[in-house]
Write a protein that binds this ligand. Structure first.
Ligand code: 2BA
Length: 109
């Protein structure tokens, strides 16, 4: 068994989760915050048989849209978080950041 942990945009989370559920995957959604933008994103956990791993990843690929976003220019300020300055910068957001783990044991008690 495999566990996919995917960080996705909040905007994509409902269509992704609906499609995964429709296809019979078990999904857990976690509210998360990106370390760089310090804004909300969604992390989903999908436990699946290895033979359906690519199918789950294909759903993520099809439903997670890549977008450009203008944000205040970011400066890290010694532990005080992210501060804005005058000139916006463009970052790519969306898509999905995936981590795939081997699951040693899976049980429902
Ligand atoms: P954030 O850390 O908020 O990053 C959002 C987007 O900002 C990133 O998208 C990337 O396009 C940009 N970005 C991040 N660090 C940057 C930097 N130092 N300079 C310029 N631009 C930068 P993604 O790479 O697609 O990441 C989306 C979210 O996935 C991240 O949100 C974070 O929550 C998670 N993530 C990405 N890589 C990760 C990793 N290696 N480990 C854990 N979480 C990760």
């Amino acid at each position: 068994m495999k566990m996919i942990m995917a960080v996705i945009s909040d905007e994509d989370s409902n269509p992704v989760i609906s499609e995964l559920s429709r296809a019979g995957f078990g999904v857990t959604r976690l509210c998360s915050t990106g370390g760089f933008l310090r804004s909300g994103n969604t992390t989903i956990m999908i436990g699946t048989d290895e033979n359906r791993l690519d199918e789950a990843i294909e759903i993520l690929r099809n439903k997670c849209k890549i977008r450009k976003k203008a944000i205040p220019n970011l400066e890290m300020s010694g532990g005080m978080g992210v501060m804005g300055s005058a000139f916006p910068m463009e970052v790519t957001v969306g898509g999905a950041t995936l981590f795939v783990f081997n699951v040693e044991r899976f049980e429902k008690l």
